[in-house]
Design a protein around this ligand. Structure first.
Ligand SMILES: Cc1cc2nc3c(=O)[nH]c(=O)nc-3n(C[C@H](O)[C@H](O)[C@H](O)COP(=O)(O)OP(=O)(O)OC[C@H]3O[C@@H](n4cnc5c(N)ncnc54)[C@H](O)[C@@H]3O)c2cc1C
Length: 640
């Protein structure tokens, strides 16, 4: 992490210097909710907080977050943290903190009815959870409330010192179509005390969960079906002789009931998802009143011949599986998209609901937020046109559909029960097929199944062969390098911050001729860096250039680095020494090899602020690069 860039500042470098504009705003309008804001975020679940933590970096953007609760979530709800989410947490600077306290899912085991006694279970399978090389991060399990607290800390220590306005429930949203209205969205908010306020916003983010008031107010509907299958969820401290209690475990029992064990952080706590079976169609939610005792009875039955008793139950809930998807992620009907741009955008459970067992709810919600936050910032900072916001629904809705389809299939398999080899006519799922399906889905459940198709923000594949290991449209797959200026071995992808900037990775060609020509171009007034970076801002504010040499780090001298890789930073024009990288020692991982970079011709890899690869181009493609960025970035008056 870089700090002291604008002068020495004592204290915790994680606390960024407060931006004076925030204090000025507070002074001008006093504490409490203002009448107008740029962005109003409704809901402090993972989706809303991911947007808020991004916007908190932009003190010029007046963001407020309202939540009907009186304070932050303390426990319960989700716990599965996909590999992809940990990669995203790294851009917010707290992945190392989560890694330290979370449970790591290293292996998963499978149990089924004992052929000798179908009232007992036996272990039949054990697999590695995250395949080698899938990511530098593991699959984690930690309570959702802990993730919230890291986001809240990030917001609180960001330049805009963003805090949540608790005890404000959104009860109405109205959008004024008058194009001259700078703050066309009016949100009506009510406190538990009954006090009511209206806030007018340029944009509203509806991240208010499965029963979203914002979604309802803009006339969007969740469509899909209820699976009429209920599950109990318990967080408990177990007393047991079950040997795999500290492994993620899928159990199918002879009674047809299933249990999923999710070991939790801290070495003792476990979460059990307990299959409560089919729910009559006229149940009308009565199943949600199922007493804990009944669920504990199912646990007793399923774990035989082992026993499991709860020393303490920290959290208990019953939920019914429903896979539903909203008919649009914003307030613009498809037939009006050419004429209107979104003003109200939905994210997370407000858009898609699914069972908890796939552990996707929180992760996909955060990815919605991570896709939306940088786009809102770019539009509100005048770096992109509002039309950019159309790409949010365009990109995230298909991803949510894939999630719903996966969850429907996986939930049905888990609920079907194990097939009895002696009575295949009674139905059920072959336990081997369940294990195979789980293994096939690991890349998807790791959050790495997303590939945005060619479109406004994703280029064509004509040059993919230059960097086969960075598939266009997929997330940037980090790999080890060594930083030239201080010989630091590190992950290249960890230079990525949730700061709204694009990363431009230039991998040198063998002779470095094309590489050096590119560096000269990028330092020139004609370059896209000059064209799209606001005057007075550091060169890496919008397009953050990184150079990677195909030589070993000791062969590359700082004194020979091109000016484009030694940009000036801050009010003293300090030199930024963290832009150039090279290969490690002989025998150490080689990013050219790992990521299929063409050693002869090199490659240019452009990565979006949300870590997705937007384009792969030849080093000589100066005009194409500028044209591609010009598709969505607005020219800023010349930096000169
Ligand atoms: C009881 C429960 C158990 C769950 N268990 C699991 C699990 O085991 N595993 C898993 O992967 N997922 C689980 N989930 C799903 C997971 O928690 C969600 O997918 C995830 O939290 C979605 O995030 P979100 O930000 O979209 O919404 P939420 O986390 O639901 O957050 C929405 C926020 O908006 C607030 N809000 C709602 N309406 C208003 C309003 N009108 N005005 C102001 N604020 C409002 C709510 O108080 C809440 O804080 C569970 C969800 C619930 C509710």
């Amino acid at each position: 992490m870089q700090f002291h860039t604008n002068g020495y500042l004592p204290g915790d470098p994680h606390h960024e210097p407060p931006d004076p504009r925030v204090a000025a705003r507070l002074q001008a309008r006093g504490p409490g909710l203002p009448d107008t804001v740029d962005v109003l975020i409704v809901g402090t679940g993972p989706a809303g907080l991911t947007v808020a933590a991004q916007l908190a970096r932009f003190a010029g953007i007046d963001t407020r977050v309202v939540e009907r609760r009186s304070g932050p979530l303390m426990h319960g709800q989700a716990d599965g943290v996909a590999v992809r989410s940990v990669e995203m947490f790294d851009t917010f600077g707290f992945s190392h903190l989560i890694l330290r306290e979370a449970y790591w899912v290293n292996e998963t085991t499978f149990w089924r009815p004992d052929p000798a006694n179908r009232n007992h279970i036996v272990r039949t399978g054990r697999i590695q959870d995250t395949a080698d090389g899938l990511s530098e991060f593991p699959h984690l399990i930690v309570n959702q409330a802990r993730i919230h607290s890291y986001f809240l800390d990030t917001m609180r220590h960001a330049p805009s010192r963003l805090e949540v306005d608790y005890d404000w429930q959104c009860v109405g949203v109205a959008v004024d179509d008058n194009a001259n209205n700078t703050h066309p969205v009016t949100v009506t908010l009510r406190r538990a005390s009954g006090e009511q306020r209206e806030v007018r916003a340029r944009y509203v983010v509806g991240a208010d969960g499965a029963r979203s008031a914002v979604r309802e107010a803009i006339g969007r509907q969740l469509r899909g079906d209820v699976a009429h299958h209920a599950w109990g969820v318990l967080d408990l401290l177990p007393l047991t002789d079950f040997p795999d209690i500290r492994f993620k475990t899928a159990i199918q029992s002879g009674s047809g009931r299933a249990i999923l064990i999710i070991p939790r952080e801290g070495g003792h706590l476990v979460r059990l998802y307990v299959d409560l079976g089919k729910v009559p169609t006229d149940d009308d939610g009565r199943v949600r009143q199922t007493p804990l005792e009944d669920v504990l009875t199912v646990i007793d039955e399923v774990f035989r011949p082992y026993t499991l008793r709860a020393a303490e139950v920290a959290w208990f809930s019953i939920y019914e599986v429903a896979q539903r998807l909203v008919d649009g992620f914003d307030d613009v009907p498809d037939d009006q998209r050419p004429a209107r741009t979104p003003r109200v955008l939905l994210a997370g459970d407000a858009c898609h609901t699914h069972s908890a067992k796939a552990g996707q709810g929180m992760n996909v919600g955060m990815q919605d937020g991570f896709n939306l936050g940088w786009k809102l910032a770019a539009v509100l900072e005048g770096r992109a046109s509002p039309a950019l916001l159309h790409t949010y629904s365009g990109e995230r809705q298909p991803v949510a559909q894939i999630l719903i389809d996966f969850d429907r299939e996986w939930s049905a398999m888990m609920a079907a029960g194990p097939r009895d080899p002696a009575h295949p006519e009674r139905g059920g799922v072959d336990p081997d097929e369940l294990q195979r399906y789980f293994e096939r889905s690991l890349r998807f459940t790791a959050g790495l199944g997303t590939r945005y198709p060619e479109g406004p923000l994703i280029g064509g594949s004509e040059h993919q062969s230059l960097a086969t290991g960075f598939p266009i449209g997929e997330r940037f797959h980090s790999a080890p390098v060594v930083r030239v200026a201080d010989a630091k071995a590190m992950e290249l992808g960890h230079v990525h911050k949730a700061d709204g900037a694009w990363r431009l990775y230039a991998f040198a060609d063998r002779t470095e001729t094309a590489f050096n020509e590119l560096m000269t171009f990028l330092a020139s007034p004609e370059s896209p860096i000059a064209r799209f970076t606001p005057p007075g801002c550091d060169a890496d504010t919008v397009i953050d250039l990184r150079g990677i040499y195909g030589r070993r780090f000791r062969e590359v001298q700082v004194s020979q680095l091109p000016p484009a890789l030694l940009p000036k930073a801050g009010r003293f024009d300090l030199t930024d020494y963290e832009k150039a990288f090279a290969l490690g020692r002989a025998g150490e991982p080689d990013i050219y090899e790992l990521r299929g970079i063409d050693r002869q011709r090199g490659a240019l890899v452009l990565v979006r602020p949300d870590q997705y690869v937007a384009a792969v181009l030849p080093l000589s493609a100066h005009a194409e690069l500028t044209a591609f960025l010009g598709r969505f970035l607005l020219p800023q008056s010349s930096r000169g």
